[in-house]
Structure formats: structure tokens, C-alpha cells
Design a protein around this ligand. Structure first.
Ligand code: UT7
Length: 332
């Protein structure tokens, strides 16, 4: 039996608030357009703290909430698509910062679906008797990678981190994970290789025709309409597939936590799946889309409010660059 229980959750949000009104001072946009098209009012920007700092603070908060000593963590999994370093893995820095001295550590990058893939991975490690407690952190500092001259994409994203400490549970869990690589160029960020000085290198080592070689490096490129269309369908499919595996119905789920990309995407999926809106948690008005950090940030907020209770059946569902998607149902 594969099951997980959330022992603790935590979040870190940077202090600086970037409101819709602030965007209207730098771009041809306004609060009304952004709010009605996305549901977002404001998001946080990490003006001075690196990703590893946010990840470590959220992890410390999750550890404190769990009551687990950092030395009892067997594995640190970090989900990020905006690391400070190619290597070492973000999880290794978090391991050092939190004092999880006995833990193995590695990262997972599936963009906004990162926490779902990390939780699924954790549940499989927990089936092995060597692993009892796993720290999962999802942390994103997207501001350095957004183009603040692009009003369609930059207004969506925020920085932040969320973390959870999980252990093995007797209650079952099910997952459905998917990737549609055919759409990999709908949302991407190209690595800056301009400083390369190997005399043998071609000017651009990426194969022509695979991706737009003219795109700005280190800058998020998005086909908003294509991602939107994918997202609604992917969320509905992921929830239906995971429920099918579990033998449960939508009514058996106590709480749905979707990826927080756009309120209209969530509303369409909720309508398509005929979910009761009061069971669907949405916090994007204040945080925007923090990519992989969205779902664990929701978990931390709900746990702090006492809204995650033992005995509940919870469904997490997400999608992101790749294009990836997935859903997990677990009994807390
Ligand atoms: O984690 C996954 C991350 N990505 C996503 O989830 C993105 C999914 N896509 C979306 O959320 C939506 O497609 C957007 C919010 C990005 C865009 O909303 P839309 O309703 O699809 O707008 P649109 O791209 O069709 O643009 C409609 C109009 C255009 O003007 P014209 O051509 O009709 O004159 C845009 O130039 O709105 C304009 N527009 C804006 N106007 C004011 C686009 N962005 C803005 C803006 N402020 N920020």
C-alpha cells in the first residue's frame, strides 16, 4: 500500500508586494484587466533573497510544524524551475540550511507540476523501509526570468516557497502523471550560453527548428492561449484519471487543491468536473502563479487555518511547462 501523511507544512513569501496597480505604472495594463482575466490582484517579488533562502525558510517552517527533528529526515526533494545554480541541487543547500544531516537530496524539475511529481516520488521512496520522513520543498524565484516588457506573461507570476514533511501512512494514495512533450515550446525559458568560449562550439548549440533560437535567453516565453487550452483539459483529465484509479467519485473528495495559474482556468475545470466550488481552495488573488510553490503554499495556509484534518481525502491537481500535468489523491 502506498500512502502518505502530511506531518507539517510551511511557506515563505517575500515582503515586496507587486500589485496590479504597480504593473500599470510600468506596462500598458490595469487592475481591471488583470483581475477579470486572471483573478490575480497582487504577487510577491523576492527583490533580494535567492531561491535557496526562500526554500530553506519554508522548509524550516514545515519542520517546525511537523515536530520532526531535521536529523530524522531521510530525503530532501526540491522542486524548482528557477534555481540559483545549475548545480549543486537546491535540495543540497536546503539540506545544509535546515540541518537535515542524514538526508539524501535531489531536485525535480517539472515546472509548475513539480510538487505533484515530488510527492509522487516521495510516496514511492516511503515504500522502502530505509525512508521514513521526507522533506519536500517547492520554491521559485521567477522574477529574474520574467520579461517585464511583456504584459501578457509577467503579470501572472510571483515568487515564493512552500514545503511539507511527509511520512508513510496506512491510508491509500493514487496518482496520475502525464507529459506531452509535443507542446514543450508552449512555455519555456532558454539557458544563456552566450558566455561559452569553447572554440569548437557552434554559435547556438540548440538544434534549429526545435525551439525559437532567437528568443531572449533566461526569459520565460509563453503561448498563453495554448497553455490555457491545455490547462483546462489537463486538469479535468488528471482528476478523472486519478479518481478512476481510486474507485472514488468527485463527491468522496473533501478538499481540492489546484495549481494556481488563472482563476478562469480553475473555474472552467471546476465546472467541467462538476465540483462543489466551496471544496476548491484558491489563493491566487494574493500570490499569483508561483509555479511549483502554489500547491504546497495552499497546503501550508490550509494547515495553519486548521482546515486539513485527519481522515480527510485530498486531491491535488496541477499542470505546467513540458507540458506536464498530474493529480494525486491521498487520505490524510
Ligand atoms: O503555470 C502555467 C503558466 N501559464 C498559464 O497558466 C497561462 C495560461 N493562459 C492565460 O492565463 C491567458 O491566456 C492569459 C492571462 C495569459 C491571457 O488572457 P487571454 O484572455 O487569453 O488574453 P489574450 O492573450 O487573448 O489577449 C486579449 C487582449 C489582447 O489585445 P487585442 O489583441 O485583443 O487588442 C492582448 O494584447 O488583451 C491584451 N492583453 C492585455 N491587456 C491589458 C494581454 N495582456 C494584457 C494585460 N493588460 N496585462
Amino acid at each position: 500500500m502506498r500512502g502518505i501523511k502530511i506531518l507539517g507544512a510551511g511557506t515563505y513569501m517575500p515582503d515586496t508586494v507587486a500589485s496590479n496597480d504597480w504593473f500599470s505604472t510600468i506596462l500598458d495594463t490595469n487592475d481591471e484587466w488583470i483581475y477579470t482575466r486572471t483573478g490575480i490582484r497582487e504577487r510577491r517579488i523576492s527583490t533580494d533573497k535567492p531561491n535557496w533562502y526562500m526554500a530553506s525558510e519554508a522548509s524550516k517552517a514545515a519542520l517546525a510544524d511537523s515536530g520532526i527533528d531535521p536529523s530524522e529526515i531521510d530525503l530532501v526533494l526540491a522542486a524548482t524551475c528557477s534555481p540559483d545554480y545549475f548545480y549543486p541541487a537546491l535540495s543540497c543547500i536546503v539540506q545544509q540550511q535546515t540541518g537535515a544531516v542524514n538526508a539524501a537530496a535531489f531536485d525535480i524539475n517539472s515546472a509548475c507540476t513539480g510538487f505533484i511529481n515530488a510527492l509522487d516520488t516521495a510516496s514511492r521512496f516511503l515504500q522502502d523501509s530505509d525512508y521514513r520522513n521526507i522533506l519536500i520543498v517547492a520554491s521559485e524565484r521567477l522574477a529574474p526570468h520574467c520579461d517585464y516588457t511583456d504584459r501578457t506573461a509577467s503579470i501572472l507570476f510571483g515568487d515564493g516557497a512552500g514545503a511539507a514533511v511527509v511520512t508513510r501512512s496506512d491510508k491509500p494514495m493514487w496518482s496520475y502523471l502525464s507529459a506531452k512533450g509535443d507542446f514543450f515550446n508552449a512555455l519555456y525559458c532558454k539557458v544563456d550560453q552566450s558566455r561559452a568560449n569553447c572554440p569548437l562550439l557552434e554559435p547556438d548549440a540548440l538544434p534549429e527548428g526545435i525551439i525559437d533560437t532567437e528568443a531572449k535567453t533566461h526569459t520565460l516565453q509563453m503561448n498563453g492561449k495554448a497553455v490555457y487550452k491545455f490547462a483546462v483539459d489537463a486538469m479535468e483529465t488528471a482528476v478523472n484519471k486519478v479518481l478512476e484509479k481510486s474507485g472514488l467519485t468527485t463527491g468522496d473528495i473533501d478538499l481540492y487543491i489546484p495549481h494556481q495559474a488563472n482563476a478562469r482556468i480553475i473555474e472552467s475545470a471546476v465546472k467541467g468536473l462538476k465540483l462543489p466550488p466551496e471544496k476548491v481552495y484558491v489563493n491566487l488573488e494574493k500570490h499569483g502563479n508561483t509555479s511549483s510553490a502554489c500547491i504546497p503554499t495552499c497546503l501550508a495556509e490550509l494547515k495553519a487555518d486548521g482546515r486539513i484534518k485527519d481522515g480527510m481525502t485530498i486531491c491535488l491537481v496541477g499542470f505546467g511547462a513540458g507540458l506536464t500535468s498530474g493529480a494525486i489523491v491521498f487520505g490524510q
